[in-house]
Design a protein around this ligand. Structure first.
Ligand code: SF4
Length: 494
């Protein structure tokens, strides 16, 4: 097996992972996130303009074609910028995101869509330096190019502000012997014919969750320490290493009461826990008319609109249920997919939610952040927006504080667990019954396509987006009703 940048980095995280990729790829349980990959590609494309006029080496299944293409380009120019320049030293292949040739000196720029530098990026760069320097290239500088979250777009994109170039030359030179030894030991390891016996450890989660984690833990009891919601990975691994693995093992440990509750409810199938007094107190703080709000947003590493920053949440849709005089109403907003959706959305929001009304969100920090950001962007609407912001309360509280807990919540207070736990047989609350869009990521992806669809597809997709978001707030209404029901405060909505 020849190595590449990504294989080398996988091998550094865990050699067994690389062995499994090679020999048992069918055991991968989490496929790569397509969205993250697409965003990474976009960042790579934009970063190339940091060095205008570069020559791109097109991708080819035939690596020799890329290698030949690279060496021809290098030979043809004294000074040149090459993107995806490809090299092979002793079966170690790499493509350099951006290679700058200045006479007989070379600079490597490794582009990342992240906002900070991880150690693994430096190791990736060190591998590239190893390949190029062993081929006799005089590499004088190695940098990692990543996104600057402080950047705020004003007018055209300012690439020198959007990207940070961090010089890691000193580090990559210092670790060249380690790179050599790592490559040797990875190659030796991969020669094993039988499945390696390496046990799980903290490296299974760092720097990335390993896609073979389910495979490597397949023989553990179904409910084990890794199923405990909210427990830090370091603690889980600590118990695992001591052989305290099953819920039965954990039951008598001195652990946080929330973990204990999850374990006991699972082991003994206990009745639902309902603290009526606390739930009543929570409900009594809510006043009608009562609004239920949920936003859909997208995030882009490259800020598209005036005044926005990388990865800022851009709201494009909301759903709003509201109760007045014990009757339920619904309003909604969805942008058309063209241009900046924020102004239209903000204007509609202040029309739809009157000042000084109680608004419920589930995990309100998200809705609050979005509204705060809208208020900053549109000073003429900010007083009303901030009034909405200040009146938001969190429907998650009774579950986060465990005033209400059932076994099926599996230790979590996320709406993904709470909703089916409270309404296991309610088909109208089952996201799987929706067409096309079943979660926020699918909403984001389909919103991104809206503007390119023909009229019929546009209308169909738009309707699916609306129904998805509507279910988000309808689910909140049902949870609110459930809280009333269990505390005998229920009023049947008309
Ligand atoms: S789960 Fe852990 S031990 Fe298993 S392959 Fe992945 S990193 Fe290695």
């Amino acid at each position: 097996m020849s190595l590449s940048k990504s294989k080398y980095c996988n091998g550094l995280q865990c050699k067994k992972m690389l062995w499994l990729y090679k020999n048992m790829p069918e055991e991968i349980s989490e496929l790569g996130n397509q969205r993250v990959m697409e965003q990474g590609n976009l960042v790579h494309e934009v970063a190339k303009y940091l060095f205008p006029g570069g020559i791109n080496i097109p991708y080819s299944e035939n690596l020799n074609e890329m290698l030949d293409n690279t060496s021809n380009t290098i030979e043809s120019y004294k000074n040149v910028v090459i993107t995806e320049a490809s090299f092979n030293y002793d079966n170690n292949f790499c493509s350099v995101d951006i290679l700058v040739k200045k006479g007989d000196e070379y600079e490597i720029y490794e582009v990342k869509s992240s906002t900070t530098i991880k150690d693994i990026y430096k190791d990736d760069a060190a591998y590239q330096y190893y390949v190029l320097s062993n081929l006799g290239l005089n590499v004088t500088k190695v940098s990692i190019v990543h996104i600057n979250t402080e950047y705020v777009r004003h007018g055209d994109l300012d690439l020198n502000e959007l990207f940070i170039k961090e010089d890691v030359t000193e580090y990559v030179k210092k670790v060249q012997n380690e790179v050599k030894n790592n490559i040797k030991s990875i190659n030796e390891y991969l020669k094993q014919e039988s499945i390696p016996k390496d046990d799980i450890d903290l490296n299974c989660f760092d720097p990335y969750l390993c896609p073979f984690f389910d495979y490597c833990t397949k023989d553990l009891p179904r409910n084990n320490v890794f199923s405990i919601a909210g427990m830090p990975v370091k603690n889980k691994m600590g118990y695992y290493k001591k052989g305290i693995i099953s819920f039965e093992d954990l039951e008598n440990q001195r652990i946080n009461k929330n973990y204990k509750q999850q374990i006991e409810y699972e082991l003994y199938d206990k009745n639902d826990y309902i603290d009526e007094e606390e739930i009543k107190k929570f409900l009594q703080e809510l006043t009608e008319p009562l609004y239920f709000l949920d936003f859909e947003t997208f995030q882009m590493p490259i800020p598209l609109y005036e005044g926005t920053s990388p990865y800022k949440q851009i709201p494009f849709q909301y759903s709003l249920h509201y109760i007045i005089d014990n009757k339920l109403f619904h309003k909604e907003f969805l942008a058309n997919g063209k241009g900046d959706p924020r102004r239209d959305l903000a204007e509609r929001l202040v029309q739809d939610i009157p000042r000084d009304t109680c608004v419920l969100a589930y995990n309100m920090s998200f809705e609050k952040t979005v509204i705060q950001s809208l208020a900053r962007s549109f000073p003429d609407l900010s007083e009303h927006l901030l009034n909405i912001h200040d009146n938001i309360k969190d429907l998650m509280i009774p579950f986060r504080k465990r005033y209400y807990y059932t076994r099926d919540m599996q230790g979590s207070y996320s709406i993904k667990y709470v909703l089916p736990a409270l309404f296991p047989n309610e088909e109208s609350l089952n996201y799987h019954n929706l067409e096309l869009i079943h979660n926020g990521v699918e909403a984001m992806d389909n919103y991104a396509k809206l503007a390119s669809l023909d009229e019929k597809e546009y209308e169909w997709t738009r309707e699916r987006l609306l129904r998805y978001c509507e279910l988000d707030t309808f689910a909140m209404v049902k949870i609110y009703e459930k809280l009333q029901e269990v505390t005998n405060l229920k009023r049947v909505l008309k």
